[in-house]
Design a protein around this ligand. Structure first.
Ligand code: URA
Length: 213
């Protein structure tokens, strides 16, 4: 569908979703939020980053990854020659869970089905980078452990799903930094790989994005 959408049409379609999110009361997270955080970046980004949920600063500003983990994410992007404007960054859920608690399965399910899946459909990224375990769990089997599978690309749907640690986890445990940087350094090669094989139809079966629970 969005293969035929122009950049402006994609921008408009994403803005339409953002407006729906601003009015959303589909789960309990709406009642404690200051601002919704739909996501930001290029409407036709080749790389889509999916974090967990907005934190305090994101909730204040309405933008994803603007706190300490966002600063680190910006550094990682700069390390591979990218800026936020080259990619799209969003989260599994678009409203801050009170006190930064984990989002609940029903909140995740509602938000992914109503918004994230449509954002993916419009952006059509070549690589989906999952930041942390909540986002990883959307595209990888429940048995997958981030400490084991980070940096291991999964090829399906003509794209690559690429799990990496959450930047906040790396900031809490600096021992993870070399692995995180190595995983980021590989990203542009993976992008070239998808571009080279974009007509390849021998993919794994599609992931169960739509029926998580
Ligand atoms: N952590 C996340 O997962 N997302 C944000 O937007 C900020 C911090």
């Amino acid at each position: 569908m969005s293969d035929t959408l122009s950049l402006e049409e994609r921008r408009a379609a994403l803005e339409q979703i953002a407006q729906e999110i601003r009015a959303c009361q589909a789960c309990p997270l709406h009642s404690a939020r200051t601002r919704v955080v739909p996501g930001a970046g290029r409407p036709d980004a080749e790389i889509l980053f999916i974090g967990e949920a907005p934190g305090y600063h994101e909730d204040q500003q309405g933008l994803p990854f603007v706190g300490a983990s966002g600063k680190y994410l910006g550094e990682l992007l700069a390390m591979i020659g990218l800026t936020r404007n080259d990619v799209f960054i969003t989260n599994v859920v678009k409203c801050r869970p009170p006190g930064n608690r984990d989002p609940l399965p029903t909140e995740i399910d509602t938000c992914v089905k109503t918004y994230l899946n449509r954002q993916i459909e419009i952006i059509r990224p070549k690589i989906i980078v999952t930041l942390g375990r909540f986002s990883m769990a959307l595209f990888f089997p429940p048995t997958a452990r981030i400490t084991k599978v980070h940096g291991q690309p999964r090829r399906a749907d003509g794209r690559i799903y690429y799990p990496v640690f959450h930047p906040a986890a790396v900031l809490r445990n600096m021992n993870l930094r070399p692995a995180m940087e190595a995983d980021f350094r590989r990203m542009l090669d993976l992008l070239k790989e998808v571009e080279a094989t974009s007509n390849n139809t021998h993919d794994e079966p599609p992931p169960k994005q739509l029926s998580l629970f």
